[in-house]
Design a protein around this ligand. Structure first.
Ligand SMILES: C[S@@+](CC[C@H](N)C(=O)[O-])C[C@H]1O[C@@H](n2cnc3c(N)ncnc32)[C@H](O)[C@@H]1O
Length: 399
């Protein structure tokens, strides 16, 4: 490598080294290999082995993948040897920023970076071009589970009909990883995850894959699904992939026995199934609760529109929207009242529904004063004349 190029890369080596030191490293991808190279891409993640930070290298060749682990100094040396020689591009994702390095044909180094933040209501990377967005996905498109589930073909190319699913999976893993990082779950500790209504398992496999390649590598993920044929299908795929720590059980969220759970997920569990799932998460003292509610049937028939709102709520579509908003507000307030910092925001929509709301709750270290939340719940119920809300009743039975 030319001296000038080596000098220009110094700021990038500092960023890499700092992100290792702070434990904020999420993923580094080296790509754009020189024409003579068989190696197509290198993905480096930070994991913890025997309490030691370790760099896990995934070398992706045309036809096979090889994984090797390095102690950080050797790993950084390996990356320094490859960037500029084997690869012309690097993309680093840390908990707080994204850094892109491109080396031109004339060996000029171009480095750019941007801060990352969890937005309440926007798509990730919305300021980037669609080309860059494709490159900066949270899930590596070469992961075998994507092929096993029919998201990619055997050459790891996205199957066009699965484009929306691919987008959802990425967005979900982005939110999941940020929520976990903000929660009380310590880095390096195995995480217990329950995914209620796991369906065909796309998100369940993605969560498992993410955790197993992160510092939480001995994590356990369980999908709970009412339809036995889907649970069996997913168990077969997990067995074929030899995915340790990933299981699917045929069960009902309403009766699933509480177990130790760090993260409770329920995406598009119908109507009150979402309330049972949240109730499970609160009972299990889950550090993170993520749900995307679907069909808000329970509250709608109970709602009496106050006189001022009658002109607006005479339209069925508005009444439906109002019922959804009221139901999810009560859920969010009940979560707050049980010690969770709760956000309600837009998530990317799924192919079987246009509903795209997410309730994300992260357990606080102290519960604090909850009287205000309970007072707000009572006021909303009184305003609309609501007699019963499923989650509230479930929580009352517990008390
Ligand atoms: C719309 S799909 C969502 C699948 C997946 N969570 C996703 O978002 O891609 C809902 C799934 O929940 C399952 N389900 C519905 N009610 C359930 C219940 N009470 N307990 C467990 N699973 C349930 C359904 O069989 C279905 O597979």
């Amino acid at each position: 490598m030319l001296n000038e190029t080596a000098n220009d890369l110094q700021p990038f080596w500092r960023i890499l080294s700092d992100s290792l030191g702070y434990g904020s490293w999420v993923r580094l991808v080296l790509s754009k290999q020189r024409a003579t190279e068989e190696l197509v891409r290198l993905t480096v993640r930070m994991i913890v082995i025997k309490d030691q930070a370790t760099l896990s290298f995934l070398y992706s060749y045309q036809t096979r993948d090889i994984t090797k682990n390095f102690a950080p100094p050797e790993g950084l040396k390996e990356i320094q040897d490859m960037l500029g020689e084997t690869f012309k591009s690097a993309h680093l994702l840390t908990a707080t920023e994204e850094v892109q390095v491109n080396i031109s044909k004339k060996n000029k180094v171009h480095l750019s970076s941007r801060k990352r933040k969890l937005k309440d209501d926007a798509e990730p990377n919305e300021t980037m071009s669609s080309h860059n967005r494709e490159k900066n996905r949270f899930v590596d498109i070469n992961r075998p589970f994507l092929t096993a589930l029919g998201v990619t073909d055997h050459n790891h190319q996205l199957i066009p009909a699965m484009a929306r699913k691919w987008k959802q999976v990425n967005k979900f893993i982005e939110l999941f990883s940020q929520a976990l990082a903000q929660s009380s779950v310590p880095s390096g500790q195995p995480v217990q995850v329950v995914d209620f209504g796991s369906g065909k398992g796309y998100l369940t496999f993605a969560v498992h894959d993410y955790l197993r390649n992160s510092s939480h590598q001995h994590s356990q993920v369980v999908g709970v699904e009412l339809r036995s044929e889907l649970a069996s299908l997913c168990n077969r795929a997990a067995a074929d992939l030899a995915d340790a720590g990933l299981t699917f059980v045929c069960g009902d969220v309403k009766t699933h026995a509480p177990e130790h759970t760090d993260v409770m997920i329920a995406l598009h569990a119908c109507d009150t199934a979402t309330d049972y799932a949240i109730h499970y998460g609160i009972r299990a003292k889950a550090a993170v609760i993520m749900c995307s509610p679907c069909c808000h049937k329970q509250i709608r028939p109970q709602m009496h529109s106050p006189a001022q709102l009658k002109p607006m709520l005479q339209y069925g579509v508005h009444l439906g929207q109002e019922a959804e908003m009221v139901t999810d507000t009560l859920r969010a307030l009940l979560l707050e009242a049980h010690g969770y910092h709760t956000k309600v925001f837009e998530f990317v929509s799924l192919e079987h529904t246009n509903k795209n709301k997410m309730i994300l709750a992260i357990k606080k270290s102290t519960i604090g004063d909850t009287d205000q939340c309970f007072a707000q719940i009572e006021a909303i119920k009184a305003f609309y004349g609501i007699q019963e809300h499923c989650l509230e009743s479930l929580l009352r039975q517990e008390a």
